[in-house]
Design a protein around this ligand. Structure first.
Ligand code: CA
Length: 222
């Protein structure tokens, strides 16, 4: 899952980005509305954290710009305390959720998880695919009750496929959603990660769809 954080307060931006990266997401960052607007229009994010008080272009205008460009990713806005009218204009502009500053980072993480799973049509923070269970709160994976240790890239790959299970996901889409902007992207590495992931999971839940990509699906019961 790839996220964008638009926040002009450098310390807060870094805090949020670090927490999200530690939680297993690929994260891009912007420090003003102009940069944020551009990134949100040109890059495919799974969710965005958007401060409303931003230099150059304010957050509500940024959000309106994205929605006008038919960008439908979930957006969580950061608002100042006691600015109820900000929340109203934020929701009217197309926000999906909000957090009031100052906030606990755990609350922000929980809201991001909720946005991501709702966007993908899941009801809980635990995703299941056959014998594989993925706990998005703890970033942990269990197969038949046994914990499996994955690297952050393997985890991201599995989480993305499981959020979108039953749908074919192309290698290009995976590259776009697993790596942040600054990462040296190479779609060949996806194949390597899929190979390692299959080996570690020890069960066949990731199928290769020749020429199209990969699909996560529960193995058929024999
Ligand atoms: Ca601000």
């Amino acid at each position: 899952m790839r996220l964008l954080v638009v926040e002009d307060d450098k310390d807060l931006n870094r805090q949020i980005v670090t927490a999200l990266e530690n939680a297993g997401y690929a994260v891009d960052k912007a420090f003003d509305g102009e940069e944020g607007l551009y990134l949100g229009e040109t890059e495919p994010y799974d969710a965005v954290i958007l401060d409303l008080g931003l230099p150059k272009v304010d957050g509500v205008t940024v959000l309106q710009g994205w929605r006008r460009a038919e960008k439908t990713m979930p957006v969580l806005i950061l608002t100042a305390r006691d600015r109820w009218s900000d929340k109203v204009s934020g929701f009217d502009a197309g926000a999906d959720d909000y957090v009031v500053k100052p906030f606990h980072i755990e609350e922000l993480l929980a809201r991001v998880r909720a946005l991501l799973r709702r966007a993908a049509g899941h009801a809980t923070s635990e995703l299941t695919c056959g014998p594989v269970r993925l706990d998005t709160r703890a970033s942990r994976v269990v197969v038949d009750g046994n914990p499996v240790k994955l690297t952050s890239h393997e985890y991201r790959l599995l989480a993305y496929l499981m959020h979108h299970q039953g749908r074919v996901v192309s290698r290009t889409e995976l590259v776009e959603h697993l790596y942040d902007q600054d990462f040296d992207r190479d779609s060949n590495t996806i194949e390597v990660f899929v190979g390692r992931l299959r080996k570690k999971l020890g069960v066949e839940i990731i199928e290769t769809v020749r020429g199209l990509g990969y699909i996560a699906a529960a193995p058929a019961k024999v």
